[in-house]
Design a protein around this ligand. Structure first.
Ligand code: G1P
Length: 304
């Protein structure tokens, strides 16, 4: 079963980033000069995905406009002879087939995935959460896809986090290794208290799911936060499906674009790596940090 489709839930209100997200979807906040959702779609395309379904809600029109053609803008750039920008703008609307469906009520991530059933049908699909931005150099999604194709079981990306942080994530209880770097789950729990967490292996927002997840979602009632959780549907599969569920521990670079500190870290690291703006930006950062150090030295040793 080949993985051709991806689902991107994007109906959330983005309250962690108010006031920026009051009248603008959080998925459109830029990292340097590109909306975070464009990084996510480029990642899906790079992993061989041809068809993308974005699950939207009220106030998300800007996402549809972004991935649509902009005839006026293309005309303006053509008239100006600005080939580079024209290419940049066309690439956005050409890179994949993007479809939209509305999640009519905020009933949780699991519910957002279930809304995709009719579009996805009876085939495996990827789910990418927009808050998790994976560095462009990583091959995480491709690796999840090949793991799925080898084993035929749903597979979830996970990452080790500080134990105190596990309460913000789905938490994997690993059983055994099915092959080097791929674990079979014994259980999975949504947002456990650190003292009850079975491990410090956190689910990050990349999944390749067998279509049996839709039946599992139907069997899943509200969980953490009184929402239908994808984690609880995966738990159902761990305990009821003969395929089980796999976890792929990831050790590369991932940013939580919904967290202000991580958002800033992503912006700085991505900008520093760019050929066009990177060198001047890095020179600025060096001066900036040196100034901070000088100021701290002038103030003398910190008193506690
Ligand atoms: C969601 C999932 C959680 C997962 C996390 C990854 O939580 O419910 O299992 O670990 O994404 O980012 P949220 O961040 O929406 O609270």
């Amino acid at each position: 079963m080949k993985v051709r489709k991806a689902v991107i839930p994007a109906a959330g209100l983005g309250t962690r980033f108010l006031p920026a997200t009051k009248a603008q979807p959080k998925e459109m906040l830029p990292l340097v000069d590109k909306p975070s959702i464009q990084y996510v779609i480029e990642e899906a395309v790079a992993a061989g995905i041809e068809d993308i379904l974005i699950v939207t809600g009220r106030g998300k029109q800007a996402i549809e406009d972004h991935f649509d053609r902009s005839v006026e803008l293309e005309q303006l750039l053509t008239d100006k002879g600005d080939e580079d920008k024209l290419e940049l703008v066309r690439h956005i609307s050409d890179m994949a087939q993007v479809h939209y469906i509305r999640q009519k009520a905020p009933l949780g991530l699991g519910h957002a995935v279930s809304v995709a059933e009719q579009h996805v049908g009876d085939e495996p699909f990827a789910v990418l959460l927009g808050d998790d931005v994976i560095d462009e150099g990583e091959k995480l999604l491709s690796e999840l896809v090949t793991s799925f194709e080898r084993h035929g079981a749903s597979v979830v990306a996970a990452m080790e986090v500080e134990r105190s942080q596990i309460k913000a994530y789905g938490c994997v209880d690993p059983a055994d290794e099915v092959e080097p770097g791929l674990l079979r789950m014994a259980d999975i729990v949504e947002k456990p208290a650190p003292e009850e967490a079975p491990s410090n292996l956190a689910v990050i927002g990349r999944y390749v799911l067998h279509p049996e997840i839709f039946d599992a979602l139907r069997a899943t009632g509200p969980g953490a936060g009184n929402e239908i959780q994808i984690t609880d549907a995966l738990k159902h599969l761990v305990h009821n499906s003969e395929r089980g569920v796999l976890a792929y521990p990831f050790t590369g670079t991932r940013y939580d674009a919904g967290d202000k500190n991580d958002y800033l870290r992503a912006t700085v690291e991505l900008a520093a790596r760019r050929d066009d703006i990177g060198p001047a930006f890095v020179a600025f950062l060096r001066r900036f940090v040196a100034d901070l150090d000088r100021q701290a030295e002038a103030r003398g040793p910190a008193r506690h």
